[in-house]
Design a protein around this ligand. Structure first.
Ligand code: ADP
Length: 402
């Protein structure tokens, strides 16, 4: 069965068509600037050349129409008709406490996702637009929702509660949810396979280091803590997000700069992180690495603070699990930067970590990068959220049909 995986943002839409039985990627692409001037679709069938086309896309329905046309047309299409797409898997950012697992999309599910929208006002509405557009164009195709938060729903109360008046949890469900769950789940399971050990027997720390970054502690196959919170702003230093700060800074800066809460939130989300730390030099780690290697102050400051924060979380989660068997790196930076892995692992002497530099310099595959006698295993596992979404969707749709 071919599964169309859709990841819908407010002005963009990423898609992949995956053969669920063989797990082969059939085609992938991206629609950008939806609802804005200059919208374009990028489409690439596996083994074929990449096509870019500027086409007006006033809304997501038009974008999905173009995606379906690209997948089925006579020239570059990869399937004969829409009947060859057996199911659609949608990435949904926030599933609140309602969703601890993926689910088939029904009217009730859509309503529940709408309710969670209050907790993710930037993301869930865009995800829902994607669902709505697909339902219009493929009314009889089963669809599944796969939530970024679901994997973290196993966290114990002591890890997910904030020390705020308890009524805020009772009234508004203010608590830690965590994000990137599909990636943390995929990577931790894959790490167990690579190590040839039972998932249920391991204590794994996953460092998902991309533009958005988070760490999670996975003990005996269950997530017990993660660094992002009510929203994806908490935890690690990120490309443009501050991660952990003293909450009193908000009031302090508001007074000093005479600005309101909306502007402060914008600063914390879009102007902080390594971008802010580097004095607006760059949010892209490739630029920061170059600057670091040239000894430029902007790069050194940002990279060192970033690595320090990751190591600090690894220490904390080692304590949370009373030890750790494997530390995994994934996502854009985690998968591609031997330098950042070295900078972080240098701080893990207390875990007996030593890296095999030859392995650390390899790329693009599942790797154990620690030496044979390293006290803790260190791995690089390229994440594949789309494949994980396709698997979840296939499992659900298969079950439903069967
Ligand atoms: P997101 O999905 O959150 O946008 P990604 O997982 O795609 O993020 O990661 C993007 C980040 O990874 C960027 O900051 C980018 O600079 C960094 N990155 C990608 N390739 C490399 C590389 N070869 N070396 C260092 N950093 C890299």
């Amino acid at each position: 069965m071919n599964i169309l995986v859709i990841n819908c943002g407010s002005s963009s839409l990423k898609f992949q068509l995956i053969d669920a039985e063989t797990e082969r990627l059939i085609a992938k692409g991206l629609c950008e600037r939806i609802g804005i001037d200059g919208s374009q679709i990028v489409y690439q069938p596996t083994g074929g050349s990449k096509e870019k086309k500027e086409v007006p896309m006033p809304d997501h329905t038009k974008a999905i129409e173009l995606v379906l046309e690209a997948l089925t047309n006579d020239k570059t299409g990869v399937v004969k008709s829409l009947d060859d797409i057996g199911a659609v898997g949608h990435r949904i950012v926030h599933g609140g406490e309602q969703f601890a697992a993926s689910t088939i999309i029904t009217k009730e599910v859509i309503q529940a996702i709408e309710e969670c929208g209050e907790l993710a006002p930037l993301h869930n509405p865009a995800n829902l637009i994607g669902i709505d557009a697909c339902r219009k164009l493929m009314p009889n195709t089963p669809m599944a929702a796969v939530f970024d938060t679901a994997f973290h729903q196993t966290m114990p109360e002591e890890a997910y509660l904030y020390a705020l008046p308890y009524e805020y949890y009772e009234k508004y469900r203010v608590r830690r949810y965590g994000f990137h769950g599909t990636s943390h789940s995929y990577v931790s399971k894959r790490a167990a396979q690579v190590l040839g050990k039972a998932y249920e027997d391991l204590r794994i720390i996953v460092c998902h280091l991309g533009n958005g970054a988070s760490v999670s502690a996975v003990q005996n196959g269950r997530c017990i803590d993660t660094s992002m919170g009510l929203t994806p702003l908490e935890g690690l230093i990120m490309g443009t997000r501050s991660g952990d700060i003293d909450p009193a800074i908000i009031e302090f800066i508001a007074h000093k700069e005479n600005i309101g809460i909306d502007e402060i939130m914008d600063i914390l989300n879009k102007k902080s992180g390594v971008l802010g730390l580097s004095g607006n030099f760059s949010s892209d780690f490739r630029d920061l690495e170059d600057a670091y290697l040239e000894g430029r102050e902007e790069g050194v400051r940002a990279m060192k603070a970033f690595a320090y924060r990751v190591a600090k979380y690894i220490g904390a989660y080692t304590a949370a699990m009373n030890g750790v068997d494997a530390v995994c790196f994934t996502a854009g930076l985690g998968e591609n930067s031997p330098l950042i892995r070295n900078m972080i692992c240098e701080k893990l002497g207390f875990l007996g970590v030593t890296l095999d530099q030859e392995q650390n310099n390899r790329r693009g595959e599942d790797l154990v990068i620690s030496t044979a006698d390293s006290g803790t295993k260190v791995l690089v596992i390229p994440t594949n959220e789309e494949l994980a979404i396709a698997r979840e969707t296939y499992a659900l749709v298969g079950k439903n049909i069967g």
